[in-house]
Design a protein around this ligand. Structure first.
Ligand code: HEM
Length: 231
């Protein structure tokens, strides 16, 4: 007789979320399949390693962070390779998500005060699909930023190959892009966790509740469930 405890049956939604997304499974909706989640967490992990290993190289103010990697000389080796891994992961994420990230004409006002109205929960647009205008803009900003970090980072890796003026521009682009990333990431993590309960679960389990989908992404909810828009 085996002494092993019997396995609990796997949640059907988690099983479906291994390979499929945008489908209803019982009371929940699969939002991010396993592959998307793994790619997203690869982006997050490589970004954090790049950030922590890059900041002590940037300024002595963050020199204490070098201890996390065993010293500044280790950071100088780890940082460019972590950066390359981040760019590769971002490229895979770009390919995975681009089809959902086309900005609709009515979403163009997200470049402006609309963002602040969103932050204050002043409006929910019933036309919002799988991603809202702010998420789409963030996606494009991250993708463009990754290119900027790659090009400037490669130049900083091989400084002898480029003229001095161009090197100064590379430092400017690298530092500016990094600061934008770090600031926007604070908002991104806030919105993905505390501000909108249920969102973080979509990147862990892959699923969201119907109520979450109806509230934040009504058009996506209607499309996935087949429910008609109420007058
Ligand atoms: C480190 C902590 C992070 C957390 C907790 C987090 C959380 C999340 C969550 C929950 C989503 C899904 C949103 C939804 O389904 O509506 C998401 C999407 C996304 N994440 Fe992250 N993320 C993190 C790091 C990053 C990093 C480092 C990047 C890029 C540098 C990034 C880029 C994106 C993009 C482009 C999307 C799709 C657009 C969006 O939903 O804003 N994330 N993230």
């Amino acid at each position: 007789m085996s002494s092993a405890a019997p396995h609990a049956p796997m949640d059907p939604a988690i099983a479906v979320a291994r390979t499929r997304e945008d489908v209803v499974v019982g009371p929940v909706i699969v939002r991010h399949r396993l592959y998307s989640r793994l790619v997203h967490w690869a982006v997050a992990l490589t970004f954090v390693v790049s950030m922590l290993s890059g900041m002590p190289i940037w300024t002595p103010l963050f020199g204490w962070m070098a201890h996390l990697f065993g010293g500044l000389s280790v950071c100088r080796v780890v940082h460019p390779w972590a950066g390359v891994a981040f760019v590769i992961a971002s490229f895979v994420q770009f390919v995975e998500w681009i089809s959902d990230m086309r900005l609709e004409p009515w979403e163009k006002d997200w470049v402006g005060p609309r963002v602040f109205r969103y932050m204050r929960y002043e409006e929910d647009d019933p036309r919002t699909g799988k991603y809202n205008g702010g998420q789409k803009l963030y996606f494009w900003a991250v993708s463009l930023g990754a290119v900027g970090l790659l090009l400037s980072g490669l130049m900083m890796w091989f400084p002898q190959s480029f003229p001095k003026g161009l090197m100064q521009l590379a430092y400017l682009i690298h530092d500016f892009t990094f600061i934008c990333f770090a600031v926007s990431l604070v908002f991104h993590v806030y919105l993905g966790t505390a501000a909108e309960p249920g969102t973080f679960g979509s990147m862990i389990r892959g699923t969201v509740t119907r109520a979450w989908a109806r509230l934040h992404h009504p058009a996506w909810y209607r499309k996935v469930t087949g429910e008609e828009r109420r007058p």
